[in-house]
Design a protein around this ligand. Structure first.
Ligand SMILES: Nc1ncnc2c1ncn2[C@@H]1O[C@H](COP(=O)(O)OP(=O)(O)OP(=O)(O)O)[C@@H](O)[C@H]1O
Ligand SMILES: Cc1ncc(COP(=O)(O)O)c(N)n1
Length: 264
């Protein structure tokens, strides 16, 4: 099978299987994409929160990236948790070598409220990594940090999407409305048009890993050759189903269900 679509995730781990690398690989697999992963940090976390973090040495991150670049096709890639500036610098250099769309989930804080990247890294991500992206997928607090503006209304969300593309040279920005109160509505601005993706809000606390799952699904569909708008629409359907059938597992925010939609 040599026409397989190959997707790469560069992110931290979640041993409880709901977020991070584990969520990404489950999503790649579910969407019939060949999944590859580079681990940035090993995170001791579960549905209730993070207890400790071990960062991979920079040369180990570099080596993981280099073996993939030398040997494997990469049709699309995503990044999740990148904890510090040194990691971002090496990842940025390696992404330059990959001729593939890059989806950035600008992970800063877990659903549990635990911070996952340091302050210097937040700024570096905004100034240096954002211009490399085909798509960035901030939630409301992340979009507020990136733009420096508070977001309270749907109009504010659209303004944030435009601001990120216009000021930080991302090809496209998808502002996710999971943290808003009403409908679960997301806005995609691709430099020319604003697209709306809407779903009914599901009444559940089990949303651990939704951001990871959504961006991994988008990466899969881009790897398969879908347009950005098609990839986001199909991924919105995927993540909505994954939330609607999420698992009541653990004592905190349970994980989403990656096999809620079986696409064949
Ligand atoms: N309760 C919900 N019902 C339906 N859709 C939801 C719900 N919560 C989040 N979503 C959707 O899930 C996707 C992820 O959005 P969200 O804003 O929660 O991202 P995130 O904060 O990065 O994720 P996480 O909660 O994993 O940190 C978006 O499409 C959002 O609209
Ligand atoms: C390694 C890692 N990456 C990302 C998240 C964010 O996921 P969520 O906000 O859904 O908990 C996480 N908890 N852990």
């Amino acid at each position: 099978m040599n026409n397989v679509s190959c997707a790469l995730t560069i992110a931290g781990t979640d041993p409880s299987g709901g977020a991070g690398i584990q969520a990404d690989l489950k999503t790649f697999q579910e969407l019939q994409t060949y999944g590859m992963s580079v681990i940035t940090s090993v995170v001791a976390q579960n549905t209730t929160g993070v207890t400790s973090v071990h960062h991979m040495p920079i040369n180990m991150i570099e080596d993981q990236l280099e073996v993939i670049i030398k040997d494997m096709p990469i049709h699309a890639l995503k990044t999740g948790m990148i904890a510090n500036k040194q990691m971002m610098e090496i990842i940025s250099k390696k992404i330059e070598k990959m001729d593939a769309p890059y989806v950035m989930d600008p992970v800063m804080v877990a659903t549990s409220g635990d911070s996952l990247i340091d302050t210097e890294a937040r700024s570096f991500l905004r100034e240096y990594l954002l211009p490399q992206t085909a798509l960035v997928t901030p939630n409301i607090p992340e979009a507020e940090f990136i733009t420096g503006h508070s977001i309270e209304t749907l109009e504010d969300m659209k303004d944030a999407a435009k601001h990120i593309v216009d000021h930080f040279n991302a090809d496209a920005a998808l502002i996710k409305g999971g943290h808003m109160k009403a409908e679960a509505v997301d806005f995609l601005y691709d430099g020319s048009a604003m697209h709306t993706f809407s779903a009914k809000r599901i009444n559940t606390k089990n949303t651990h890993g939704t951001g990871c799952t959504y961006s991994a699904a988008i990466t899969s569909y881009l790897a398969k050759g879908y347009s950005m708008v098609e990839a986001v629409q199909k991924s919105k359907d995927f993540v909505t189903a994954a939330i609607s059938k999420s698992f009541e597992l653990g004592y905190g925010n349970g994980p989403t269900n990656h096999w809620a939609i079986r696409e064949r």
